[in-house]
Write a protein that binds this ligand. Structure first.
Ligand SMILES: Cc1cc2nc3c(=O)[nH]c(=O)nc-3n(C[C@H](O)[C@H](O)[C@H](O)COP(=O)(O)OP(=O)(O)OC[C@H]3O[C@@H](n4cnc5c(N)ncnc54)[C@H](O)[C@@H]3O)c2cc1C
Length: 390
């Protein structure tokens, strides 16, 4: 094998594949990872930036050690791929490097998702009103507002599933409640969670979330899509208008536009099956992580597991019998804040076995402080493993 494997996305799935392949075929293949930034910002504990329980520095990693392993990391935004001619086009990098089109023998699509508010009237004009834990910069805007404003109305919105990290809108609600309670201004704020789904996500913890919301005085509106944003209000499909001073809306998720433009799927990349992540039309194009059209929740464990399935498929196609053991299952922790306003978040543990049909969810109804700490250790372990340093 002397092949060029190009991976779009240097996140959880992209580095899962790159690290696996570099160990197995280092001298026989060139492995390139393209990432639009020259750093990576992890997702799971981002919401804890709001309560000062997490720091930016602990969840940002660079690619120094990845490069040292022999993985060729390129910085640039992929804006076009040409599957017929096996070419990937990327923009000038932030370091001013003019990137030439890249050719490949195998292409893996692992760019995660983009937040697409284009279906919401007024979004183009008022997007800047929105703050969200999902975005690296806007989470800090949200944090500053929660710590500095003294009254108002917070609207948190979850779009129709699937979207990245099912409980994150609920986490946003409860961490906002925690900060405002801590600051002793909670009674001056209304907090409204509007959810486009029939239940808060994931549905199998919705009963516990509802109980906590009732205790915390949070208004929950389910089964309502937001279809319009104005200067200080949103409107749902049923015509209901909600005023906000702080809006934290998660836009519907989809794979980056170049996927659809190359005819590879919409809103996510088509795959043959969760075990065979090749595109139905192309043997040499695979997908992994949140960008792939997997029938599973979009989270870090699934992203990583799908990356191992994708790596195994490439090894199999190259006639290399070594594969890495993997199956679909996840354990996760949802931050439930702290109702008394202590800046010590407690969490709920949830898990799902996806090797059985129907998938088997489970949860520990007992919320624990230790689960928050466990989630931190889990996230740090992933970052250490993928980026080569803690
Ligand atoms: C706020 C938040 C909370 C979360 N909480 C949890 C949790 O509690 N538990 C859990 O399991 N998961 C959680 N997740 C989800 C988890 O982070 C994602 O599911 C996981 O990162 C998906 O991996 P990925 O490789 O598909 O995408 P990512 O890890 O996002 O990596 C994609 C990479 O591709 C790059 N990229 C994107 N577009 C391009 C392009 N056009 N050209 C070049 N590079 C590109 C990006 O810059 C990024 O580095 C959370 C995510 C967020 C944001």
């Amino acid at each position: 094998m002397s092949k060029k494997i190009v991976i779009i996305g240097g996140g959880i799935a992209g580095l899962g594949i790159a690290n696996t392949l570099v160990e197995k075929v280092k001298d026989k293949a060139e492995i390139a990872v393209i990432n639009k930034e020259d750093f990576y910002f992890a997702g799971p504990s981002r919401p804890l930036l709001l309560t000062n329980e997490q720091e930016y520095g602990r969840i940002i990693r660079g690619y120094e050690m990845v490069g040292k392993k022999g993985i060729n990391v390129k910085v640039g935004n992929v804006y076009k791929i040409d599957p017929e001619n096996r070419r990937v086009y990327l923009s000038e990098s932030s370091m001013g490097i003019k990137n030439e089109p890249i050719t490949y023998d195998y292409l893996v699509l692992a760019p995660g998702i983009v937040f697409d508010g284009s279906s919401i009237n007024g979004y183009e004009k008022y997007w800047y009103k929105n703050t969200t834990v999902y975005d690296l910069g806007r989470v800090n805007v949200l944090k500053n507002r929660l710590w500095n404003e003294n009254e108002g109305s917070i609207v948190v919105y979850a779009p129709k599933a699937p979207y990245r990290c099912a409980p994150a809108p609920t986490e946003t609600v409860l961490l906002a409640h925690t900060v405002l309670t801590h600051r002793k201004v909670r009674e001056k704020f209304k907090i409204i969670h509007i959810d486009a789904n029939d239940k808060t996500q994931p549905p199998f913890i919705a009963d516990i979330v509802k109980e906590i919301y009732d205790k915390a005085g949070i208004q929950l509106v389910t089964g309502q899509e937001i279809i319009e944003i104005g200067d200080d209000y949103v409107v749902t499909k049923s015509g209901e208008k909600y005023k906000f001073t702080i809006l934290t809306l998660l836009e519907p998720n989809r794979a980056p536009r170049f996927v659809e433009e190359a005819g590879l799927g919409s809103p996510f990349v088509e795959i043959r099956s969760p075990l065979d992540l090749r595109h139905p039309k192309y043997d040499d194009i695979l997908a992994a992580g949140d960008a792939a059209k997997l029938p599973f929740p979009k989270n870090q464990e699934i992203a990583f597991e799908s990356s191992l399935f994708a790596a195994n498929k490439i090894l199999e196609m190259e006639g290399i019998s070594e594969s890495v053991p993997v199956q679909y299952a996840f354990v996760g922790w949802a931050y439930m804040g702290n109702l008394e306003g202590k800046l010590e978040t407690i969490s709920l543990q949830l898990q799902m076995d996806l090797t059985v049909q129907p998938p088997k969810p489970a949860k520990d109804p007992q919320l624990k402080r230790d689960y928050t700490l466990q989630k931190d250790r889990w996230e740090q372990a992933y970052l250490g493993r993928l980026f080569g340093y803690s």
